[in-house]
Write a protein that binds this ligand. Sequence first.
Ligand code: ADP
Length: 265
Amino acid sequence: MDMIILKLGGSVITDKSKECFFKKKVVDNLSKEIKRANKEIILIHGAGSFGHIQAEKFKLNKGYVNKNQLHGFSVTQERVQRLNTLVLKSLQDNGIPAVSISPHSVLKLDNHKLADINYKIFEEYLENHFTPVTFGDVVLDKKLRFSICSGDLLSIALTKHFKPKRVIYVIDVDGLYTSNPKINKNAKLIESSTIEQLENFTTSLDSHADVTGGMGGKLDAVKTITKLGINTILVNGNKPDRLYNVLVEENARSTIIYGGRNEKN
Ligand code: ADP
């Protein structure tokens, strides 16, 4: 499909250290760049500080442990929905016909893995030229009663189903580095990689345990996507024009991981 799956990271659209802090300016800039690029897109956004803080406090990803969690689940659902409304409004204000698809009402997990998802609703909105927007959410889980459905998990499921042309992750650093650039000043940006290089690289990262930080789950997603023969790009959402350039396939500082054996798109 000549479509792009675009994920805006929670660390870009919110300040992860401040509860429910929405980065309006950053999101408005990204909305403008998305509009300017004029591509068919399914958009996913992370929950950032609208989700993680409560989710951790109530241990929502463990599934049902005690009934106090019901309150935490409800609060988290309201907050991520609030964040989703803020993102939708920014997209709308910039001329994008964005519509919300809430994971909690269209999918179910089973022990953290996807059990059911209503792809049809994404399809029908796309056919009608809307831009579907979904997000990291708290959802029902067959085994655990409830758990968390991350934006990265959504990106894998939607990519497997829709086989988009490219998958783009907007993050708060320039791309994938040889180690966490926020900790290691000597970290080097990896501008491009094949699946083989990525696998060797992650094996070396795994031996340093927590070095990957937030990148761990994303790399698993990238590996799955790469194996489908689809190119994945990681790009910094805080730097003007980078997302636009990546969307229109112009040069931009970023990381591209080439899908399958397909070396250059
Ligand atoms: P988001 O929530 O925005 O999707 P995360 O915060 O989960 O993204 O992941 C991005 C973060 O991962 C970066 O801010 C960076 O500090 C961290 N990170 C850890 N290891 C690496 C690495 N090797 N290359 C790039 N970023 C890394």
